[in-house]
Design a protein around this ligand. Structure first.
Ligand code: 13P
Length: 260
């Protein structure tokens, strides 16, 4: 099994961090990535207030920074919302959209996630579109139906050219922050399904990066990243420690170069 696509590992800090701790983490990551193979791309998605800090401390490194959400609106009277163009002002590269925590705690529908994806693309950001099933849905046998519907809602509003510019992250809700990762076989199975769904949109869309997220750790990263349709990871808890995050990025390098 060989996966020829380059690897992408993105940290999602969620609502963690303060200025002083961030500085140490960002500097540690910026320094550590220097020894990674060139085919491994690395990103960090920080809370909005720290975009300027990420820009300052990562500016000359190969690490790309981004936000964890964007508004579905372009601008206007939307108190508390942050527009994609504002994120882009800080030379950000990524915006996560549709994370399961936003879907669950903020009632975000797939249609809203689709609009956020459009806003991110229009602002020149790469949206990282998250999909994933709950434990109940997995046990009920509806995993593919759930993630397929979530992905289709986004693909439906994008042109083929736009769809080719997204990143998709499969994050089973039951694996997020639980220490219980999907097995590499379980993840690969869903990724293969998502890959086919992307390919159905158009040949150019078939190779968009498909990341796995949910309790990725240095210990399980290499096995996950070796799978045919897993192009990297979206990392929560382990992205808050430079050593762990860099070890996961290094595992992506190993996975990218090993042919089975
Ligand atoms: P954990 O790596 O902490 O399980 O979080 C995954 C996640 O939600 C990344 O977006």
């Amino acid at each position: 099994m060989t996966n020829q696509r380059s690897k992408l590992v993105v940290g999602n800090w969620k609502m963690h961090g303060r200025l002083a701790a961030n500085a140490a983490l960002l500097e540690g990551v910026a320094q550590g990535v220097q020894s990674l193979p060139a085919e491994v791309r690395v990103g960090v998605c920080v809370p909005f207030p720290y975009l300027a800090q990420a820009q300052t401390l990562l500016g000359v490194s190969r690490v790309v920074w981004g936000a964890q959400d964007v508004s579905a609106h372009e601008q206007g009277a939307y108190t508390g919302e942050v527009a994609a163009a504002m994120v882009a002002d800080f030379e950000a590269g990524f915006a996560i959209v549709g994370h399961s925590e936003r879907r669950a705690y903020h009632g975000e529908s797939s249609e809203l996630v689709a609009r956020k994806t459009q806003r991110a693309l229009a602002a020149g950001l790469t949206p990282i579109v998250c999909v994933g099933e709950t434990l109940e849905q997995r046990e009920g046998g509806t995993t593919e139906q759930v993630v397929g519907t979530q992905l289709d809602a986004v693909l439906a509003v994008l042109s083929v050219e736009e769809a080719a510019r997204i990143v998709v992250a499969y994050e089973p809700v039951w694996a997020i922050g639980t220490g219980k990762s999907a097995t590499s076989e379980q993840a690969q199975q869903v990724h293969a399904f998502l890959r086919a769904r992307l390919a159905a949109k158009g040949a150019q869309v078939a190779d968009v990066p498909l990341l796995y997220g949910g309790s990725v750790k240095p210990e399980n990263a290499a096995d996950l990243f070796r799978q045919a349709d897993i192009d990297g990871g979206l990392i929560g808890g382990a992205a808050l420690k430079a050593g762990d995050f860099l070890a996961i990025c290094a595992a992506a390098g190993v996975g990218a170069s090993v042919a089975e």
